[in-house]
Write a protein that binds this ligand. Sequence first.
Ligand code: NDP
Ligand code: GDR
Length: 372
Amino acid sequence: MKTALITGVTGQDGSYLAEFLLEKGYDVHGIKRRSSSLNTSRVDHIYEDPHELDSRFHLHYGDLTDGTSLTRIIQEVRPDEIYNLGAQSHVAVSFNQPEYTADADALGTLRILESIRILGMTDDVRFYQASTSELFGLVQTIPQTENTPFYPRSPYAVAKLYAYWITVNYRESYGIYTCNGILFNHESPRRGETFVTRKITRGLSQIALGLESCLYLGNMDSLRDWGHAKDYVRLQWMMLQQDKPQDFVIATGEQYSVRQFVEWSAAAMGVTLAFRGTGLDEVGVVEAVEGEAAAALKPGDVIVRVDPRYFRPAEVESLLGDATKAKFHLDWAPEIGVKELVSEMVATDLDAARQHALLRQHGFTVPVVLES
Ligand code: NDP
Ligand code: GDR
């Protein structure tokens, strides 16, 4: 039985990867950070009573900013594979917390690699680094491949640039089996609520049920290559099963705007949305409503507006990936298309909104938070 250690196990990708590896028979150890409130909701369903002898899922307190905790955990667990998915992963937040972002995302990666080296495990462990399409930033060529030059546009991307190169450097310097997965945006019903896709599906669901009245967004012209997180975590594992370590771009090869994602999400709940006006005055107006899902809405309702507070100091306007190398070497292709992704996210968020609506109907206070 192989043993895997996952940083960021409580996040979107970490939770799907843990499920995937448990199904493959792995013993899975995850690092969770201390939080004043519970932060394990995405993995609670796979957590077993630690008193059970055959439990294969284990959680350890640790933090990417705390090198000794990382060394201790790696020494105790002695994993065959380490997946470094932990990060301050929000691009906009990285402009507010650049130093912390660098500490967790850049130095955190170095701390793990150094632990591997200091513990004399360079030949025993395989390391996956969650690199990102944000590295391409101000894109130099379209579509982006493993050979496209990087031009990071945020403290997050700059920190991830360091993490990318230190991962390459420890492979070349010490012969550690390390891989960078340069993953384009991937989403799911487990996506953090402040990333744009989830903000849209969750926000529109609440509006459809009459719990909220308007969704405020930033740059709706932004273009992204959106895949499904489940397809992408499979890749993270596949990369570590090759004879030789390599870096791969993972993407769908299709690109859509934030506005398009809003339209599809509305359509998935029976609402035809039209965009009128330009710039800061652009609004999303309900044109027609079909079915019962969005019973609170009627034609003419303005349910989407632009709020400049969600613009970033420097924007990544357009990302489009070319995953030919992964298709060739790993025989990988995404299985879940963007429309299916939207339907799944909307269905989950509509269910949650219905529960909230029911609670409100019965006099319970349900805080609805759209701020992101
Ligand atoms: P999430 O934001 O959902 O998860 C991030 C995880 O990192 C959470 O478990 C979080 O813990 C943990 N974390 C944050 N700070 C620390 C810290 N200081 N020490 C230890 N753990 C910490 O991200 P995703 O699952 O979406 O992404 C996974 C990784 O892939 C990230 O590194 C991200 O930057 C990268 N990436 C993501 C892409 C995407 O589209 N999703 C695309 C390309 C790269 P907590 O739950 O307590 O907050
Ligand atoms: P991104 O994802 O920055 O690409 O990083 P996000 O969903 O936050 O933004 C995508 C695009 O949508 C625009 N946008 C908004 N974004 C947010 N969050 N909120 C809004 O209201 C809003 N309105 C418009 C953004 O400006 C941007 O252009 C994600 C993260 O998962 C990173 O960790 C990962 O590395 C990259 O994807 C690939």
